[in-house]
Design a protein around this ligand. Structure first.
Ligand code: ZN
Length: 90
């Protein structure tokens, strides 16, 4: 399946390790919520479905292409974060 990654983060910069819920609101927004471990609070993100529609990838946008563009530094950060999340000290 071809899709565009939706970047999620709290105001503090923390990226959620897992989402609590994903849904739709009565005013036609995509709603995602999770618990921010750093702030110790529930974080809600909402996005109008019209914006979601506009941001959907075209046929020439493949997930493999997005991953190839992802910088090596970002991958290292993600790897370090993942290792910390499972208790591995670096
Ligand atoms: Zn936070």
């Amino acid at each position: 399946m071809n899709y565009r990654h939706l970047s999620l983060h709290c105001d503090c910069g923390e990226v959620p390790e897992r989402l609590a819920e994903v849904g739709f609101s009565e005013d036609h927004h995509l709603v995602v919520h999770w618990w921010c471990e750093k702030c110790e609070r529930v974080v809600y993100i909402s996005k109008p479905l019209t914006e979601c529609w506009l941001e959907c990838p075209g046929k020439d946008h493949s997930l493999d292409g997005v991953l190839a563009q992802w910088s090596g530094e970002a991958k290292e950060d993600a790897d370090a974060k993942f290792l910390r999340s499972i208790g591995v000290a670096m």
